[in-house]
Design a protein around this ligand. Structure first.
Ligand code: ADP
Ligand code: MG
Length: 322
């Protein structure tokens, strides 16, 4: 199978269903129809085997996660995804692997009506670079800046399950087989909170997705807004599996280990009733975990009122000590 057959067989297989795609895969560039009442939101994320997913991760999970982490960035902006490109570096044209990769990738693409419109394919170490674009109504993008003292802080879903899954894979934690499978699934197939992000337009004052851990990512939101926060550990949303094993797991997987892809957002206190009714529409729920304060810095407080200090601040590819 040569490069062009590979592209045709695997990547040109998604039918073009979006009316805003005038020319998709197959020319030197894609041609897209734009509308004046909307702004384009563009983001990109790269996944490297052995860094962003363990070597040997099943191909469909790699395909799924590559798009999911990009969708999560658009979700954090309150954007509706439309198109993506795929830059793929692959050690060999392995059909079984490509079939699995495409199955995971296109299942998620279809769920969010997102069209693959181009890319590049090369031989090399397994690396996936996706660039994604989507829309927000003009002026309605959710930004990291915008949190005000007194705003409530919320997160979607559960925190820390992906980190617990990774601990299981590394044999740092023994769990019953069914729990282990569920946790590893959260690592491999994070749910991008796209619909939740769209629903938060005009409601959230600031928003970010949690890719490097709550402490680090909420920290970015606080810095952007020049504010601080107090977060109650007891309010952190934990899955049943995490909660049942919290004595062994501790707080850090929920705070600093990353790969959750949940949204962390702030909203004026006056929006509490609206957010409560909105949360009921989404299976993941919105959990209120703390409050924005004028004093800078993030204060994590346990049930006894003591300040908690995590072991590390968050995932960092280039930590300062290097
Ligand atoms: P060029 O010679 O202009 O770089 P290519 O031969 O690399 O073009 O690609 C031909 C077509 O296939 C283009 O439309 C390109 O966007 C698309 N394409 C290549 N690789 C991928 C990929 N991994 N996913 C989606 N589309 C791809
Ligand atoms: Mg060309």
């Amino acid at each position: 199978m040569n490069e062009f057959e590979l592209i045709r067989r695997y990547f040109a297989r998604q039918p073009v269903t979006r009316a805003d795609v005038a020319v998709g895969i197959g020319d030197d560039g894609a041609v897209l129809n734009l509308r004046p009442d909307r702004q384009l939101v563009v983001s990109t994320d790269m996944l490297v085997a052995g860094v962003h997913f363990p070597e040997g991760t099943e191909a469909s999970a790699v395909g799924y996660k590559s798009l999911a982490v990009n969708l999560s960035d658009l979700a954090a902006m309150g954007a509706s995804p439309a198109w993506f490109t795929l830059n793929l570096s692959l050690p060999a044209p392995d059909s079984a692997w490509l079939d699995g990769f495409c199955a995971g990738l296109f299942a998620l693409a279809q769920e969010f009506d997102t069209q693959l419109i181009g890319g590049d394919t090369t031989r090399g170490p397994l690396t996936i670079g996706i660039q994604i674009a989507g829309f927000v109504p003009r002026g309605e993008a959710l930004l990291r800046r915008g949190a005000r003292a007194g705003d409530d802080i919320y997160v979607t879903g559960h925190l820390g399950d992906a980190a617990v899954g990774l601990m299981c894979l590394r044999n740092e934690l023994a769990l019953p087989q069914t729990d282990r499978v569920v946790m590893i699934e959260r690592l491999n197939r994070p749910t991008p909170r796209v619909r939740e992000g769209e629903a938060l337009r005009n409601l959230a004052s600031a928003c970010i997705d949690i890719s490097d851990g709550l402490a680090a990512d909420l920290g970015h939101l606080l810095e952007s807004g020049r504010v601080g926060a107090r977060v109650e550990l007891g309010a952190l949303p934990l899955s049943c599996v995490y909660a049942a094993n919290r004595d062994r797991i501790g707080w850090d997987p929920a705070l600093v280990r990353g790969d959750d892809y949940e949204l962390c957002f702030t909203a004026a206190r006056a929006n509490r009733p609206l957010l409560t009714s909105l949360a009921a529409r989404f299976a993941c729920g919105f959990q209120r975990i703390g409050v924005i304060e004028a004093q800078s810095g993030l204060r994590l407080v346990d049930a006894t009122g003591q300040t908690y200090r995590p072991g590390i601040t968050g995932f960092d590819h280039f930590p300062a000590a290097e």
